[in-house]
Structures are given as structure tokens and as C-alpha cells.
Design a binder for this molecule. Structure first.
Ligand code: GLU
Length: 428
């Protein structure tokens, strides 16, 4: 994200605008503009060469009025406490809009995981838990994966926490591997949920989903499953994906006008999401500039990578053909770019609604951990479909009723639910 955009300021500004429209009481605003608690800690890790390297970690708990703080852990070289604060705030709105009984949190470490060996990664994960475990727990704060972290890492972290507690506590963290306390369907959940909201938006806009085209930014977990589901559930066509190449630290767009094959591309993608360029080219993919995905004449644009990618500078070149912007990523659209979409009348499915499938499935995972009884993938995805459609439609209803832009309506629904919980608990 460009240095000029501070994601936390952006999260506060989005909140302030809707809080003003709602006439929210000052004390409620003051509490919700800032995280309730934040932790910053050192992570000394023994490297394979015997030396000790010190990393920095964070955990931010934005609000837990509706239930334990909930949200992922990011391992990224450019992680900052302000990014984590913004993401924690968005988690509060995400859990509220999805109507699951959880609050908002987020964590991270400043590290490029691709530079670590498997053993170093495991030691970093265990260290992260050692630093902050007293503030975590199934009834306090429940982390999960995010950019740069994996199911295996969640497995190590759950193990470390359980060792410290002296008992098996699978519900302390979600996104664990299946067979190690994880839920079936969790890997697919975010991308699947993104497409459920697109399906509902198309119903509302009276668009036949068959043959609709999409362009996707990212080819990590969210993007891969969004691509598959867009094709399989809706009968649509994905014409390109854009992703980061870890080898030369550049982004490329992989385009195939008659439709990409997400299974083929997954097969030539490494664990950090880098697509093998030569293999893609020999299979007929056109390899373009990293930004090319944003300027395609498609029906649906799905940013599913990181925050701050659609900006005041590049939004003018987004095709007028785009009917739906489905934000699979957190915070992909800056305030300036958002104003342009609002003006144009593009139907926006805002991030914390669009990508709530991941955390909803995390909630299902916790429920299964508590029951010690596990559902089939079909059961999980059925429940997820139902929840996501309901979340979408409650926001749409508010948007139509109050004449609001979808993002503002999503904020309205979420803020009202959190405020209600705060009042019911006697906080304000
Ligand atoms: N990191 C994901 C998100 O941003 C999932 C969070 C979770 O499952 O707790 O929504």
C-alpha cells in the first residue's frame, strides 16, 4: 500500500462518517474509534545457523462487546501496528455484519515468511504464542490465519497454547488443519463466501450469472476459491488473475480471454502464491503487467489480495462496464477511489461483508471444537451459504430502506449491532 494511505485513519474515517449519519452517542464513538487493547512484543527466534534473530509482533483487540475478539495473524515484511489496528477494527464490523457472536481482533509479525525454513517458522509461531498467550483463549481472543500464515502454523500455535495451559484447547485458534482440530470447508470458505455475495447481488440487480466475466487480483487462498466458485457455482468466466512473483518481487497478470483454469494455475503455484510464469505461458496464458487486472472490461472486479490497491490515481481507468466490485480483500479501495464508485453507481460489496465467509467458518470451527463433533464439508458450506446470503440481504435491506451506499449500509448494520451489545452489557 502506498505510504500516503494510513489504513487505520481510513478505517476511522469510514466509521466517523456513518457514526455521524446515525447520530451515535459520543461515548460509543470514542470507544469504537480506537482498539480496546493492543500488545506489541519481541519475538526472539533461534535461526537454523544458531544465531538469534529478533522479530516484532502485535496483537490488537478492537472490541469484544459481542463476544471474544476474533481475527487473523499476518506475517508480512511491511506489517505495521496501524495496519493491524485497521484490520482489527474491520474484524469487529465483519463479525457483527455476519451476525456471529464474536468481536474484532488482529495480529501480526514483521517478517517475510518466504525467507524462513520450516523449523524457523515453527519456532516463530510458538514464540508468538508464548509472548501473548495470557491474553488469548476461546473466551478472550481467538486468532486465525491471514496473509502469510497457514493452517499448519495454526496447528503449531494451538499446540503451544495447549502445552502452556496443560490441556487440549483447540478452540483457542481457528483455521487449523483438518484432522488437527480444523473444520472441513475452512480453506474454501472465504472465496466461497465472496461468490455467495456476488450471486445475491446479481439476483438483486437482475443479472443472469451464467457467462458473466470476472477479473481477480491475487491468487492466494481467497482468490483461488473465489475463482473456482465463480466458475462452478455461477457458471461464470474468470478471464485473469494477478499475483505477486516472489522471485523477482513484481506482480503479473495472467490472462486467458476464454477463461482461466484455476485448477491448472493452482497446480503451478508455489506455497507463497507465485505462479510459474514459463508454464503459464506455454499453456497459452498472456502474462501482462501487475495492474492489468484492474482495467479489464469485465462484469465483476474482485480484489482479493491486500489493502489500498484501488486508489484515486488508478480508479479513473477502471472500465465503466464493471457492474459489481466484490472486495475479497480487506480495505482494497481507498476513500478517494470509493467516492468514484459511489458517484458512478457501481454496486459495491464492501470488504467486511464480502469476505466474512472465512471468519464465519472459523466460528463454525469453534462450535465444532466445543462440541467435539465435526460436520461434513457439505454441511459446513450449506450453513455458510445460508449465513452469507442472510448477511448480504440484511445489508441490502438497510441500503434500500435508508437510501444508503452498500458500504455505508454495512457499517450501519454492524455499528448498530455492536452498540446494542455494549448497551446490553451496561458499558454505555
Ligand atoms: N483473516 C481472515 C479475515 O480477515 C479470517 C479471520 C478469522 O477467521 O478469524 O477475515
Amino acid at each position: 500500500m502506498s505510504e500516503k494511505i494510513n489504513p487505520f485513519k481510513m478505517a476511522q474515517q469510514q466509521f466517523d462518517e456513518v457514526a455521524e449519519q446515525m447520530g451515535l452517542e459520543k461515548a460509543v464513538r470514542d470507544m469504537l474509534r480506537w482498539p480496546m487493547r493492543q500488545f506489541k512484543f519481541q519475538l526472539p527466534v533461534r535461526m537454523d545457523d544458531g544465531s538469534i534473530k529478533v522479530f516484532f509482533g502485535f496483537r490488537v483487540q478492537h472490541n469484544d462487546a459481542r463476544g471474544p475478539a476474533k481475527g487473523g495473524i499476518r506475517f508480512a515484511a511491511n506489517e505495521t501496528v496501524d495496519t493491524v489496528k485497521a484490520l482489527a477494527t474491520w474484524m469487529t464490523w465483519k463479525c457483527a455484519v455476519a451476525d456471529i457472536p464474536l468481536g474484532g481482533g488482529k495480529g501480526g509479525a514483521v517478517v517475510d515468511p518466504a525467507t524462513l525454513s520450516t523449523g524457523e517458522k515453527e519456532r516463530l509461531c510458538r514464540e508468538w504464542i508464548d509472548a501473548v498467550w495470557k491474553n488469548l483463549g476461546p473466551r478472550n481472543d481467538v486468532p486465525a490465519p491471514d496473509v502469510g500464515t497457514t493452517a499448519q502454523m495454526m496447528g503449531w500455535m494451538m499446540d503451544e497454547y495447549s502445552k502452556l495451559r496443560g490441556e487440549y484447547v483447540p478452540g483457542v485458534i481457528t483455521g487449523k488443519p483438518v484432522g488437527g482440530g480444523g473444520s472441513r470447508g475452512r480453506t474454501a470458505a472465504t472465496g466461497f463466501g465472496v461468490v455467495v455475495t456476488i450471486r445475491e447481488a446479481m439476483k438483486h440487480l437482475d443479472i443472469d450469472p451464467r457467462g458473466q466475466t470476472a477479473s481477480i487480483q491475487g491468487f492466494g487462498n481467497v482468490a483461488q476459491y473465489a475463482a473456482r466458485t465463480f466458475i462452478e457455482m455461477l457458471g461464470g468466466k474468470v478471464i485473469c488473475v494477478s499475483c505477486w512473483d516472489n522471485n523477482d518481487k513484481t506482480a503479473y497478470t495472467y490472462t486467458k480471454m476464454d477463461g482461466i483454469d484455476p485448477y491448472f494455475l493452482q497446480g503451478i503455484t508455489d506455497e507463497y502464491g507465485t505462479i510459474n510464469r514459463e508454464e503459464a505461458e506455454s499453456a497459452g496464458y498472456l502474462v501482462e503487467d501487475g495492474d492489468a487486472w484492474l482495467y479489464k472490461d469485465v462484469d465483476v472486479l474482485i480484489p482479493a489480495a491486500v489493502e489500498g490497491v484501488i486508489t484515486g490515481e488508478n480508479v479513473e481507468n477502471v472500465s465503466e462496464e464493471v457492474k459489481i466490485l466484490a472486495e475479497g480483500a480487506n480495505g482494497p479501495t481507498t476513500l478517494e477511489a470509493d467516492a468514484v464508485f459511489k458517484e458512478r453507481g457501481t454496486f459495491v460489496i464492501p470488504d467486511f461483508l464480502c469476505n466474512a465467509g472465512g471468519v464465519t467458518c472459523s466460528y463454525f470451527e469453534q462450535v465444532q471444537n466445543d462440541m467435539n463433533y465435526y460436520w461434513t464439508e457439505e454441511e459446513v458450506l450449506d450453513k455458510l451459504d445460508h449465513n452469507m446470503a442472510q448477511a448480504f440481504n440484511s445489508v441490502l435491506e438497510t441500503a434500500l430502506e435508508k437510501g444508503l451506499y452498500m458500504r455505508d449500509a454495512a457499517y450501519w448494520v454492524a455499528i448498530a449491532r455492536v452498540e446494542k451489545a455494549m448497551r446490553l452489557r451496561g458499558w454505555v
